[in-house]
Structures are given as structure tokens and as C-alpha cells.
Design a protein around this ligand. Structure first.
Ligand code: TXA
Ligand code: MG
Length: 355
């Protein structure tokens, strides 16, 4: 596996040409996006896509996101009614390129394994803004199918080092483009538009529910932070039914109000636990003063949830590296990007405890 440093804002043309060549001949390239690192393959090459599934250990019924550079490319692979087309146009104007994925009806001929859902005729598409992601799509001349570049179930990678951590023993990835830490830190918002006249949020992200409602009006919510991971029957988004984002040690998410009560509860539990790791916030750090043996990290300032989102996965991975045996994480307010943070934490948790 070749790890190549690239300038995130002005990626080197010759490196990108080489990476594009790898994709074109069916190889896998890990690359930065504005959300998390993706593990990219030519979406129309079933052998290449199969290697992505194998490398990640990803369940075969969980489809991948297709990355394109503009709406014209999107229209080549999707079948849009006049109404949906106008919604896509409004969303594109407001949020693309950027961290938004749309689930749309696919064209009949777009039928590779990257889109296999077993349940419907849809495809998830996104137009990323990260210059390296965009340059890779252009250089390859392909549509790039890319899940997050982590082993299935682990926290998504927000740095190239995380990708190397997960795949150093694997021969499946030919190249990693290291463009530094990603900006959002959480995966894209996934919005389902495949049913005429119905807009459903499947995965919260940096494009928040409030932002979406401002553009398209009514949006139903499936995967809001308060929703259970298990959906009755077939999940709308196959990724919803699996435990995700999880570090090795069992993670306990403590929620409630006020935040000092959360921290006090964690203190109580950590005192009776071996090698506890604690994810605190600026506002509560002083409460942990009497816990010398714990590994206490500050996720960030509750007043700056964007920064907490950016660092969340890297903090969770850090606990793995430290070998902690139990993890306590403070819940945050579930509005704006906080909804996405809590969505990931609920899926990573073995138990959510309300104080
Ligand atoms: O920010 C992101 O979205 C990153 C970067 C690399 O673009 N990618 C990412 O991919 O997070 P992944 O595979 O980790 O998550 C894709 C999510 C899964 O929950 C999957 O079930 C859902 O999108 N998905 C994909 N195709 C779908 C479809 N046709 N219908 C419903 N959900 C779909
Ligand atoms: Mg993922």
C-alpha cells in the first residue's frame, strides 16, 4: 500500500493522475473527503467493488454511496421525475458540492453490486467538495463508489493514519491519499427522495434537519438521534441496522440534564471500573478532578458542537490505542449538528443511560 501526501487544497496533478489510473484499472484508493476518508473503487466495476466489501468486511446488503462531480453526471445514473428533479436542483444549489447524499431512483442499466440493496431500485449519490475527492473523480474518469475507509463497525477515519491502522495488514488497498484531517468529521447527511413527494432523513450529518427544512420544507425523520437503531422490518437504509462507529471497549453513553449531573454519574461509575476512558467537555472537566487513574479527554466545548463532531471519531480511536477497558461518553444537546453526534454515539454505545 502506497501512502502519498497530497496538498488538500491543491493536490499534485501527477499523484492524482496515478491514483486515477489505479481506480480505472480496478484498484482501490483511500482518499479524503470533507466528511471522512472514503475507500474508492470504480462503481461500475463489480470486481473492484467486491474488493471494497471484502476489505471492509462489509455486509453484502449494505450499498455504497456513488460519488460524482456534478449534477449532469448524477442525471446519467438516476431517473428523476419533474418534481424530484426540482427538489434535487434546490438542494444542489444550497448544499452541493458538500456533505449531502441523496437516495434516488436509479436508471435501469445502473445495476452493479455497489447499488445492491435487496429491497429497492435506488442509488445513493453525493457530490463531494473536497478538492482531492473531486480531483480523483476527474482523474479517474469514473463514478467512484466509496464507503468510509474503515473496517466495518469501527469509527470512520478522519485522518489517513486511521485508514492505515485498519488496513495495514490488508493487500486490498493500493493507495492512500493523505490530505490531512477531514473538516466535518462525521459522514454525510443521507436524504431519501426516491418516493415522489416524500423527503426522509436517513442519517443526520453536517447538513442539519433545520438547514434541509429551510430549503425543501417538510422532512420526515427516521434516524434522528432519539430513534432506535433497530428499525422494524427492513431498514430503509441498510446501514441503519448494524452497530457502528464502535471502539473496542464497551461504550456507555450518559445523557440527561444538566451536564454536571452527567459528569457526576460518570465519576461514580468510573470509580468502580478498571481502566476507564472518559470523554468529557470543557464545561464538565473540573468535575473529574478526583479521578487520577482515568484517561480523561475533552471532546470539546459544548458551545462549539462543530469542533466536537470533527474530533469525535479520532477520540474514540484514541481509546483503542490506550487499551482502556470501558468508555464513558457525555451526551450533548440534540439539535443542529448535535443530532448527528448523538446518532453516532447511540450506535457506538452498548448502553445509553439517562440521569
Ligand atoms: O460522508 C460520507 O457519506 C462518506 C464519504 C466517504 O463520502 N461515506 C460513507 O459511506 O459514509 P458509508 O458506506 O459508510 O455509508 C453509506 C450509508 C450507509 O448507511 C448505507 O446504508 C446508505 O448510505 N446507503 C447507501 N446506498 C443506499 C440506498 N440506495 N438507499 C438507502 N441507503 C443507502
Ligand atoms: Mg461507514
Amino acid at each position: 500500500m502506497l501512502c502519498q501526501l497530497v496538498d488538500a487544497n491543491a493536490p499534485d496533478t501527477s499523484v492524482l493522475k496515478q491514483a486515477g489510473e489505479v481506480i480505472r484499472r480496478g484498484g482501490l484508493v483511500a482518499f479524503p473527503t470533507e466528511t471522512v476518508y472514503g475507500l474508492g473503487a470504480d462503481a461500475l466495476n463489480d470486481e473492484a467493488v467486491a474488493r471494497v466489501y471484502k476489505a471492509k468486511g462489509r455486509p453484502a446488503d449494505n450499498p455504497l454511496i456513488w460519488h460524482v462531480n456534478n449534477v449532469t453526471e448524477l442525471e446519467k445514473i438516476t431517473r428523476l421525475s419533474a418534481e424530484t428533479s426540482s427538489v434535487v436542483e434546490q438542494l444542489a444549489k444550497a448544499f452541493w458540492p458538500g456533505p449531502l447524499t441523496l437516495v434516488l431512483n436509479r436508471k435501469d442499466e445502473i445495476n452493479g453490486i455497489a447499488r445492491k440493496t435487496g429491497t429497492n431500485e435506488t442509488i445513493a449519490v453525493r457530490i463531494p467538495s473536497h478538492p482531492v475527492a473531486r480531483a480523483l473523480i476527474s482523474a479517474s474518469g469514473c463514478i467512484i463508489a466509496a464507503p468510509s475507509a474503515n473496517v466495518s463497525g469501527k469509527p470512520s477515519p478522519t485522518q489517513a493514519a486511521h485508514v492505515l491502522e485498519d488496513f495495514s495488514a490488508s493487500n486490498d488497498i493500493e493507495m492512500v491519499l493523505d490530505g490531512g484531517a477531514t473538516q466535518n468529521g462525521l459522514e454525510s447527511t443521507v436524504l431519501d427522495l426516491h418516493q415522489e413527494g416524500k423527503i426522509t432523513l436517513l442519517r443526520p450529518g453536517a447538513i442539519t434537519l433545520e438547514m434541509l427544512k429551510n430549503v425543501v420544507g417538510e422532512v420526515s425523520v427516521i434516524a434522528g438521534g432519539t430513534e432506535s437503531v433497530e428499525i422494524e422490518g427492513a431498514p430503509l437504509s441498510p446501514g441503519m441496522k448494524y452497530r457502528h462507529y464502535a471502539p473496542k471497549a464497551p461504550l456507555f453513553l450518559i445523557t440527561g440534564y444538566p451536564e454536571t449531573a452527567i459528569a457526576q454519574e460518570i465519576c461514580k461509575r468510573a470509580k468502580t471500573s478498571q481502566k476507564a476512558g472518559i470523554l468529557a467537555t470543557t464545561q464538565t472537566l473540573h468535575i473529574y478532578d478526583n479521578l487520577p487513574e482515568s484517561n480523561i479527554f475533552v471532546l470539546g466545548n459544548r458551545k462549539k458542537p462543530e469542533n466536537m463532531a470533527q474530533d469525535l471519531f479520532s477520540c474514540l480511536r484514541n481509546f483503542d490505542a490506550l487499551g482502556v477497558e470501558i468508555i464513558f461518553v457525555e451526551g450533548v444537546d440534540e439539535d443542529g449538528i448535535g443530532t448527528a453526534i448523538m446518532n453516532r454515539l447511540r450506535k457506538a454505545a452498548v448502553e445509553v443511560i439517562k440521569v
